[in-house]
Design a protein around this ligand. Structure first.
Ligand SMILES: *Cc1c(COP(=O)(O)O)cnc(C)c1O
Length: 765
């Protein structure tokens, strides 16, 4: 690649790169790289398509260059030409997703490309990605995320593959933008994102007649469709625009898949032999009726079209919380896509014929509403959960009647993350530490990290590992000083909770524990507290007021603690604004303790837990989701587990035995912490947000039991586990051994393992 380096140096000097603004330089560099490397190869034979309304890609450039094996030579060439590659950090993330679900989709595409699995992503090209979060006012404010403001040079517009889609009687053009997905020493995959445009962008007749607004009205209507990503995570938004986005994504994708089927194999009769469409949660489930109607338009009878769909679709469920299961108003869908609604009606009839004994909770159309998970489960040939506990809850409860009738459809595919982005690229000191000891095979074959086990008893290696962690913590300290103006001491224990803000994820439990430790420091009842920095990063859905109240509460705690001289050298609380993939890449390598504290039975899998584990942070976690798999892989002694188990919580609920009022009455220290929500300790700006939190913990409401997520119930065991972690942290070598045990056991949490399981057991590609 030295040839590439010298060519790039020469070209960059010639173009005077060092004097360009960042946008021009970025476009120049990416064009040069794209012109120098292989282009996607069309694979013959069977393909898998990954349909997802979200792809949380993050920064593209460094990970792409790394996977192409040219990062270091490109960076050197840029430096030689007088351009500091750090300037590329200005470019926004491609944040076309909310959180875990969208990041999973991005990890899968990268892992599949690395292992030459023919997986093709389909999504939407939102003009604005997930909002940027501003916390300067002391609460969350949202700003538009103009992610292409420096251009989008990695993508290519494919005008000739545009298709037309009908929504609410109006024709709209779907124009694909292809984003190459470079695998590590592998193939190049592709993510195709649809952008909505008017069929007739400008009406000259209207313009000539002076009707200016009307002249561009069609364009504006179309661009509204893909203008923005819905910023809700795990809460469906029943809005017309959201449903229109789903129709748009699925109709365009199905048409594109059928066109390539027809190009390669002439007819659609053999579609199921050559294609499998994996549905990432229910957001793309309308692809089912869209495929059926598209096949009918091509002359296939309904029964055969349904049969084809039943051999083509596979569905991944991502949540068991009933309030998060998508349901659409049948009349609205009828208005926006009568064809899709017509097909769903016929699918319901097929269901009735097939299962005359069905239970009411199996009906796809029920009470004038369309149940997307039921539609997906009925038609798909494979249905999977994303961690063993989650799959068990699916088969025993949420989808039990389906499991009873077709158990063979169901399987578990535990999530994974790409170790290339989240370790090799994000954590260079740890990557070197590992490679120096076991070679670099782990980059492609992550199970090799188990070869680190002999170093568990090697004191010099444990010292080196502690130094690696320290280096990452110093890097984070610098970033936080720059971005937040806050000082942090790298000798503190870094206790980190970063993920979307959600009641079920229980950031409030973490916050109350910090108040508890702070109050203990103040009154001297906790004399031996290990100096700890509590770090948070989390966005709340803009309309989720209680979640916003929790952010405000944490910001108030941070203000108090960080301003109290008594906490100097002992405690610090930092809430980083605008948590995103780029923040994850500096925060996670610096973690000493990974907070994974969702109420058992609520987090389907989690993937943040896996990123922390492979970066050497023990888990402070509940018996939930993939935390259980982490626990099984590394053992109780290397982690800090606490709290009630899912079965206990279910039994307690059935017996109506949970009583937060009693816990509040009996535990004085807990009560003192909870009371800061109402006793004037903290200021919610007169919004009543803190009292609402207090009420939610103790009173509940007719539609919600008190303390639905059992914050008070797990409080005692949580602060005990947290205290244990703090005490253990004082033994540097012992703690480094736990970190190394976690890294060495994290092999199975690679997305490489996950996509290979999908490829072998579901996609058969
Ligand atoms: C990994 C990741 C998530 C998912 O985190 P969980 O802890 O599994 O909820 C969310 N957001 C970003 C930016 C991530 O990188």
């Amino acid at each position: 690649m030295d040839d590439l380096k010298s060519r790039l140096t020469a070209a960059a000097r010639e173009a005077d790169l060092s004097r360009m603004d960042t946008a021009d330089a970025y476009n120049f560099i990416v064009r040069f790289v794209k012109d120098s490397v292989r282009t996607p190869v069309q694979t013959e034979g069977r393909r898998a398509y990954y349909l997802s309304s979200e792809f949380l890609m993050g920064r593209l450039t460094e990970a792409n260059l790394f996977n192409l094996g040219i990062r270091d030579s490109v960076y050197e060439a840029l430096r030689e030409a007088g351009f500091d590659p750090e300037r590329l950090l200005e470019i926004p993330d491609a944040a076309l997703g909310n959180g875990g679900l969208g990041r999973l989709a991005a990890c899968f595409l990268e892992a599949a490309a690395t292992h030459r699995i023919p997986l093709f992503g389909y999504g939407l090209r939102y003009r604005y990605g997930l909002f940027k979060q501003d916390l300067a006012a002391g609460y969350q404010r949202e700003e538009a995320d103009d992610w292409t403001k420096y251009g989008d040079p990695w993508s290519d517009r494919r005008e000739s593959d545009a298709v037309e889609v009908t929504i609410g009687g109006e024709r709209i053009r779907a124009v694909p933008y292809d984003m190459p997905v470079y695998g590590y020493e592998g193939a190049v995959g592709n993510l195709r994102l649809w952008q909505a445009e008017a069929v007739r962008p400008f009406d000259f007749a209207a313009f000539d007649a002076g009707r200016y607004a009307e002249a561009s009205a069609a364009s504006e209507r179309a661009s509204r469709l893909t203008a923005v990503l819905y910023p809700n995570d795990n809460t469906p938004e029943g809005k017309q625009l959201r449903l229109s986005q789903q129709i748009f994504l699925t109709a365009a994708t199905v048409e594109d898949v059928l066109r390539s089927q027809e190009r390669a194999h002439e007819s659609c009769a053999s579609l199921a032999e050559y294609a499998v469409l994996q549905l990432n949660d229910t957001h793309p489930v309308l692809a089912i009726p869209m495929l059926i109607t598209a096949l009918e338009r091509r002359g296939m009878p309904f029964a055969e079209a349904l049969e084809t769909a039943r051999r083509t679709f596979a569905y991944t469920n991502h949540t068991v919380m009933t309030e998060a299961l998508e349901v659409w108003d049948a009349a609205l869908l009828q208005r926006l896509s009568p064809e899709a609604m017509g097909a769903i009606g016929k699918i319901q009839q097929a269901l009735e014929r097939e299962y005359p004994d069905r239970t009411a909770d199996m009906n796809i159309i029920d009470g004038g509403r369309v149940h997307m998970a039921r539609l997906a489960t009925y038609v798909s040939f494979a249905v999977n959960g994303v961690a063993p506990l989650h799959t068990e809850i699916l088969t025993r409860r949420v989808l039990a009647p389906w499991y009873e009738r077709t158990p063979g459809k169901f399987s578990n595919k535990t999530n994974g993350v790409t170790q290339r982005r989240f370790l090799a690229v994000a954590n260079p000191p740890l990557a070197s530490f590992i490679t120096e000891r076991i070679g670099d095979g782990w980059v492609k074959n992550f199970s090799e990290v188990e070869k680190l086990r002999p170093y568990l008893s090697d004191a010099p290696s444990l010292r080196d590992l502690a130094a690696v962690k320290r280096e990452n913590k110093q890097r984070l300290c610098r970033r936080i000083a720059e971005r937040c103006g806050e000082k942090l001491d790298a000798d503190f224990l870094f206790d980190i909770q970063v993920k979307r803000l959600h009641e079920y994820k229980r950031q409030l439990l973490n916050a109350l524990s910090i108040v508890y430790f702070y109050q203990g420091l103040r009154d001297g009842s906790i004399p031996d507290f290990t100096p700890t920095a509590f770090l948070f990063g989390a966005k709340s859905a803009p309309g989720y007021h209680r979640a916003k109240g929790i952010i405000r509460y944490i910001l108030e705690i941070a203000k108090r603690v960080n301003g109290d001289p008594l906490c100097e050298g002992r405690m610090r609380v930092i809430f980083v604004p605008d948590y995103n993939v780029s923040w994850a890449e500096v925060l996670i390598p610096a973690g000493d303790l990974s907070e994974q504290i969702s109420m058992a039975g609520t987090e389907a899998s989690g993937t943040g837990n896996m990123k922390f584990m492979m970066n050497g942070a023990p888990t402070l976690g509940t018996y939930d989701g993939a935390n259980l798999e982490i626990l099984r892989a590394v053992g109780e002694e290397n982690n800090y587990f606490f709290g009630a188990r899912a079965e206990e919580i279910i039994a307690e609920r059935e017996a109506n035995a949970y009583d937060p009022r009693r816990l509040y009455a009996e535990d004085g220290a807990l009560r003192r912490a909870v009371d800061t929500l109402i006793d004037g300790t903290f200021d919610d700006g007169g919004t009543g947000a803190f009292r609402d939190l207090y009420t939610s913990l103790l009173d509940g409401a007719p539609w919600h039991r008190a303390d639905h997520y059992r914050v008070l119930g797990d409080f005692r065991s949580y602060v005990e586990a947290k205290s244990r972690a703090g005490a253990d942290y004082r033994d540097t070598e012992g703690y480094a051994r736990r970190a190394l045990a976690n890294i060495a056991a994290s092999g199975e949490f690679s997305a490489d393992r996950t996509v290979k399981e999908y490829a072998k057991e579901i996609w058969r590609v």
